[in-house]
Design a protein around this ligand. Structure first.
Ligand SMILES: [Zn+2]
Length: 186
């Protein structure tokens, strides 16, 4: 019976298109090939609060990570202070993808901090006690995030429930730290 799968792929494609429209014209245009892949993939959306850059990237599709999309993500998550770009751990992208679903959020991830060069991390560590624990930022294995459609404690609880790595709660600056290091919380 081919009928059901055809019908469902048509539906998925409509959903995909609707999502694209709902995401708004402010987002960067998706690569042409992405539209042909329908919903059989993993997509992440970001807004970098320091640079105002936005990105929606289908970073995994047809059974593999998509190098161009991953490259776009790496660039958006660069050290905005120095301009240094570093590969972001692919497990962190999957963690974010899972976290988005767990939090039942439809908002892009607001990025407070992604990759940090050693120079930037040292500078920040000298200013704040909390920064030393963020060393996974230097390895491209950590990100500080918030979601516009979820309260911070909700995002925090969703992150804790994954038991997938480090989770830090920073209510005052207003973000949750997640990383793909060992499971630990603070
Ligand atoms: Zn952090």
């Amino acid at each position: 019976m081919k009928q059901p799968s055809l019908a469902s792929s048509g539906l998925d494609r409509r959903r995909f298109l609707l999502r694209g429209i709902a995401a708004g014209a402010a987002l960067l245009p998706m690569p042409a090939r992405a539209t042909a892949l329908g919903s059989a993939g993993r997509r992440l959306s970001f807004v970098n609060l320091h640079t105002d850059e936005t990105l929606t990237a289908l970073y995994w599709a047809n059974g593999s990570y998509q190098p161009n999309a991953v490259k776009d993500i790496n660039y958006l998550l660069r050290d905005f202070r120095t301009g240094d770009v570093h590969a972001i751990d692919l497990r962190l992208l999957d963690l974010l993808h899972t976290l988005q679903h767990r939090a039942r959020s439809k908002s892009p991830f607001q990025v407070i901090s992604g990759y940090r060069s050693p120079a930037t991390n040292a500078k920040l560590a000298a200013l704040s006690d909390g920064v030393a624990r963020h060393s996974y930022h230097v390895k491209g294995m950590a990100i500080d995030i918030a979601l516009a459609d979820r309260a911070l404690p909700e995002l925090h609880q969703a992150a804790l429930s994954l038991r997938a790595g480090g989770v830090g709660f920073y209510p005052k600056p207003g973000f949750v730290h997640v990383d793909v290091g060992p499971v630990r919380t603070w």
